[in-house]
Write a protein that binds this ligand. Structure first.
Ligand code: DGL
Length: 301
């Protein structure tokens, strides 16, 4: 995808930027592409530094700032934080420093779960970082759900299982039972899949918990929220041309083609790779006032 001029305020024809710690966020990109088929989408995956889910808050926030900074430097009109861990630790910070609207996956996930529940107990599963941040639990409580009707579990083995394509395998069955037994015993009626990778284990999770438990994936709810936010800001792209997809990664992993296609549902071509030096520069640029200048400068075109 052609680079945009970062000194201009991005208009409706600019791409939407989407970032994740790696390739899992392609599940979110897919939902956005389906919901907003004429929008150009520019995806950044921090494949050199994945996983974020095991890392501390300060590190994840610094990485997320660089990820978002890179997309802003490429001229995106909105940033979507597809990574649950980065949404948990960095969304507030990004909202403060980015010159464009930014959306995370946690609020849409909470909204979707509240819409799905029939007054029962809601569970949330995610990486260690996401669950320990307490953001999903706080969101549910803030909406009035009593703490005793919320259950949470971290499931650290789910990410590598999905990356190895082991959905449906006996190893997945074992891991699901190990992590979800306490949630099943709590009598859930809704479970938030609070990680980019977990929709690819939905069949295993659904088989273990039973059909009475609704599985909620925030991607669709996020795509609707993005549509509303763009419309409110006058930034929806009009015109008949189909949206284009662009991909930037900080590393090209050995199994990139196989894993990427699994998440996106089709092969990925045309990937640009960026170095960590460019990432660091993008993170610094957000604080130096260069992007703040872009925010207030009038688009001369
Ligand atoms: N993308 C991460 C998330 O949704 C999962 C992978 C990782 O740990 O970085 O939390």
């Amino acid at each position: 995808m052609a680079l945009a001029d970062s000194t201009r305020v991005p208009g409706p024809d600019a791409p939407i930027g989407v970032f994740d710690s790696g390739l899992g966020g392609l599940t979110v990109l897919r939902a956005l592409h389906e919901r907003l088929p004429t929008e150009d989408l520019l995806y950044f995956g921090d494949t050199a530094r994945v996983p974020y889910g095991t890392k501390g808050e300060k590190t994840v926030r610094a990485f997320a700032r660089q990820d978002a900074g890179l997309l802003v430097a490429r001229g995106v009109k909105m940033v979507v934080v597809a990574c649950n861990t980065a949404s948990a630790f960095a969304l507030a910070h990004l909202s403060d420093v980015l010159p464009v609207p930014v959306l995370g996956v946690i609020e849409p996930g909470v909204r979707a779960a509240l819409a799905a529940t029939r007054g029962g107990t809601i569970g949330v599963i995610g990486t260690s970082g996401t669950i320990r941040s307490g953001r999903y639990q706080q969101g549910l409580e803030a909406a009035g759900l009593p703490a005793e009707r919320i259950r949470a579990a971290e499931c650290p083995l789910f990410v590598p299982l999905v990356e190895e394509g082991l959905g449906g395998h006996a190893l997945a069955t074992l891991a699901v039972a190990e992590y979800l037994r306490p949630l099943r015993d709590a009598g859930l009626d809704t479970l938030i899949l609070g990680c980019t990778h977990y929709p690819l284990l939905a069949a295993d999770i659904g088989a273990y918990l039973g059909p009475q438990v609704r599985l909620v994936d925030s991607a669709e709810s996020l795509a609707s929220a993005a549509c509303v936010a763009l419309a409110d800001a006058g930034l929806l792209r009009s015109g008949p041309r189909a949206g284009r997809l662009g991909f930037i990664l900080s590393d090209i992993p050995w199994k990139f083609a196989e894993i990427g296609a699994r998440f996106l549902g089709k092969p990925i071509d045309d990937v640009e790779s960026v170095g960590l030096d460019e990432m660091e520069e993008a993170g610094h640029a957000l604080g130096s006032g260069r992007t703040a200048d872009a925010r207030i400068r009038k688009d001369p075109s």
